[in-house]
Structures are given as structure tokens and as C-alpha cells.
Design a protein around this ligand. Sequence first.
Ligand code: FE2
Length: 157
Amino acid sequence: MRTARCGSALLRTKKHRVTNFIRDKKDLDYTPLPDIFHDVFGHIPYLAIPQYARIIEKFGRAMLHAKTEADRSKLVSLGWYGYEFGLIKENGEMKAFGTGLISSQGELENAFSENVLKLPYDAEIVSNTPISAHEFHKKLFVLENLDQLEEVVDRWL
Ligand SMILES: [Fe+2]
């Protein structure tokens, strides 16, 4: 699971792991593994936004506090469809937000295509939506704003 690989324990301590893996040329459009481009171009610049950094730290803390595998799975989905592959509204316009989208041209094009169902980021629905790192998404979720994602993770702390 990509979110788990992002290192919950490190996130909780406000440190973000960065891989040294670089995707193969044939995987430019899509890589099943987060690579250095995903981490450095995707996550790291966002961490300069205090609210984003706080949200990431809270997800890490929530993962460590989760008592059951079912709860961890829900948190993984909430993060996956939030900061990894979420869409977000900005001035009424839908924008790419998740680092898995902004670090993958193929995922980005897919996200805005008619192939993908875009649904409101409803925590109950999102938390019960399985993730898959092995195919383009057929369903993504749209956050109203960062406050919404922070309110969601706050319920797990
Ligand atoms: Fe990531």
C-alpha cells in the first residue's frame, strides 16, 4: 500500500521518507511504486503548506493509533483518495491535488477523463473504497478544501 510505504511512523514525527528509486522510462505515464519524482515533486513542495504538513502528520499519528486492521485499511483509503489521489475544488474549479496525480501524467490525464467517476469526498464512502496501485483509477473523490481533509483525519485522533 502506497500510503503505508510513505511511512506512518516517520510522518508522525514530521519526517517524510524519500525513495531513491526512479521509474523506468517505460513507466513515465504510470508507476505502481512511488519513486523519487513522486516524493520530491509531489509530496515535498506541499509540505511547505502548514495545513498540508499538519494533515500528513495527523494521518501518520492516526495510523499508529488505529487498533484494528480494518481501521488501518479505512485510514489508508482516506489518505489514498485524499492526499495521494484526491481532487480538490479551488474557486469552484476541480483541480488535481493528490501527489499520485501530479507526479504521473497518465494518472493526471486519466483523472480528468470521462473514464473516471468523480464523487464528493464523503468520508464514509471513501473509507470503504479499496485502493489499487496496479491500474488507473475508475473512481476518484473531490475534496471541498483542505479543511475537509483535516476534519476527516481529526475524527481518528
Ligand atoms: Fe505518496
